[in-house]
Write a protein that binds this ligand. Sequence first.
Ligand code: C2E
Ligand code: MG
Ligand code: MG
Ligand code: MG
Length: 281
Amino acid sequence: DAASNANLPLRFYQAGEDEAHLERIAIVEDLKNAIEMDDGQLFMAYQPKVRATNGKVEKVEALIRWINKDGKFIPPDVFIELAEQAGLIIQLTQWVINTVVAQIKSWQQQDVFINASINVSAQDLTHADFLEYLQSCIEFHQLDAGFITIELTERDMMEDEQKALAVVEQLKSHGFTLSVDDYGVGQSSLSKLKQLPLDELKIDKSFILTLDQSPGDQIIVKSTILLGHELGFTMVAEGVENLASYNLLKEFGCDQLQGYFISRPLSAADFIQWLANYENH
Ligand code: C2E
Ligand code: MG
Ligand code: MG
Ligand code: MG
């Protein structure tokens, strides 16, 4: 309008906003096509989680990757949020579930039996078909629910608490493992989480990345592990980047460790190779 046109800085600002807005729309459009075409732009990476006491590989976390039609890598932090805003997350999560379940089954046919965790969003959790989709997917591939862990954040569970609680209970009763991702940066208290049938807490990597250099983080992490264990949770640390942090977490009694020090997220084929190598050492 006339008033804002007269104001150059404001017009400038709006032009920038429009550009960012258009870019977001373009990314969402590209993502939608990538899901529908399923032509290899989207794929899963798998990052091992090892038992702290003996280094044994116990699980993997499935992490989505997108290299778009122009060969550009777009980080999941960026496009997951856009997918959530654009109402595309349900479709995307279904693609993830289907891909991961098929992968676990395929590994089993190669005699590799491993649990994989899948990250879900608040919208997935409260979507009417979530459990049904997951359940029909594992039935189709004849996979036991014990091979799937669902990772959700405290924030995801608090968005629609009643509904989330019901789904979490159903997931649990169907035999899925439930994990709280990014634990420690959310708002919920342990006593609240204890009321839900959750299996594990993943301590957020912001506490772990520089653990070896931060006495404050060491106190927080050590007492979180103690308290978590008292309440019956399996305790996992993500973002383990060096031997010093690995050893501290082992000393603190952390159950499972995940991070670049052990391995970066790997393609399905690279994971199998990495595993064969790792187990020979
Ligand atoms: P997250 O679920 O907390 O996953 C852990 C992130 O930490 C991953 O980033 C992983 O690559 C990274 N990471 C692991 N070890 C280390 C380490 O030692 N150092 C550092 N600096 N980082 C480490 P990524 O793959 O970029 O994923 C970022 C986030 O995007 C995930 O955080 C998750 O919230 C979301 N995400 C990824 N894949 C999916 C998916 O399939 N569905 C949904 N809904 N969200 C996903
Ligand atoms: Mg996660
Ligand atoms: Mg997550
Ligand atoms: Mg996390």
